[in-house]
Design a protein around this ligand. Structure first.
Ligand code: 0X9
Ligand code: ZN
Length: 300
């Protein structure tokens, strides 16, 4: 599979990861960490050059929102570059990367087969004709306080309780399992060309706000230098103009103890970027991930 030439389906992503594990067993391990509402295995690619499971971890996920197809493409390219490209060996020398290319497989497949603009999960709700909750409003940290809908028919439905969605809960449990090692968490979304730091639920600034901005500026600068003219850093309200609680980024910082936590909105012009344009956005954005890797390795 050429991850830069087409938007892979769920099965193709799994084949891609299995193939990498077969070819690079000393570097790449596929693990199943959960099961989606419709019963699909949720998979993570763990990339490690050694260290016996003690090294700091960069945790990345993509595809929590079904229609944001460029996000899984970005995650797959990160996996491919870290595992296959020897010139990125420095990025995995002292840090393990755990990359989840598709957090919402049910919604993603539905966006391919039935409704290109689907965002949520596919679980049943109290309303028979309306399906799914927004998994990025479903995390149990200030759940529901702002920027959510309580209407199961709406795009930002928070769910009937925190972690009602199997997909959100599986990610949360995976994050907790990395406690103490979780240096950096990045949720890849689209679109907008912004790098968002906590908090999403509040105007308050985290106590380590200067550090969050400092890494953010490194990342944004690297992406701009790679040829994306506009790429900005700020908190959720500054970047998107509204607060929203129950996001994975807030939870990873507030509960799982990630030192750095962000949402990256890919610098594409729409949800429906044609596959022929994957390369022009994903390749420069990878420079941002290289900057993250250098920063966490202490190379800056
Ligand atoms: O609203 C979201 O979930 C994200 N934007 S998107 O257009 N991809 O849906 C932004 C999430 C920012 N972080 C939090 N609000 N916690
Ligand atoms: Zn999104």
């Amino acid at each position: 599979q050429d991850v830069l030439r087409s938007y892979l389906r769920y099965d193709e992503m799994n084949e891609f990861m299995d193939d990498l594990q077969r070819r690079f067993p000393h570097l790449a391990t596929v693990a199943t960490f959960g099961r989606s509402y419709e019963g699909r295995d949720m998979k993570v690619m763990q990339i490690s050059s050694g260290g016996g499971g003690q090294r700091p971890v960069i945790l990345i996920d993509a595809g929590i929102h079904a229609r944001e197809w460029i996000a899984p493409a970005m995650a797959l390219y990160i996996i491919q570059q870290l595992v296959e490209n020897p010139s990125n060996a420095d990025l995995i020398a002292n840090v393990d990367w755990h990359v989840i290319p598709l957090l919402n497989p049910d919604g993603y497949e539905y966006s391919h087969t039935t409704d290109r603009m689907w965002r949520k999960t596919r679980s049943v709700t109290d309303v028979p004709e309306c399906f799914g909750a927004d998994p990025n409003r479903n995390f149990d940290f200030y759940w529901g306080v702002v920027g959510v809908s309580w209407d199961p028919c709406k795009e930002t439905y928070a769910g009937h309780e925190p972690f009602s969605e199997a997909e959100s809960e599986a990610l949360a449990m995976y994050g907790l399992g990395l406690r103490g090692r979780l240096r950096l968490y990045v949720a890849i979304h689209s679109y907008g060309g912004v790098f968002i730091h906590p908090w999403g639920y509040s105007h308050q600034k985290p106590s380590d706000y200067p550090k969050l901005v400092a890494l953010g500026q490194e990342v944004a600068g690297a992406i701009r230098r790679a040829g994306i003219p506009r790429f900005d850093v700020g908190n959720c309200f500054e970047m998107l103009g509204e607060l929203a609680a129950g996001g994975s980024d807030d939870w990873m910082k507030g509960v799982a103890g990630a030192n750095f936590s962000y949402t990256l909105e890919m610098p594409v012009p729409s949800f429906t970027t044609p596959a022929v344009h994957i390369e022009r956005y994903v390749v420069p954005t990878f420079e941002g991930f290289r900057a993250m890797g250098r920063f966490v390795s202490g190379v800056f």
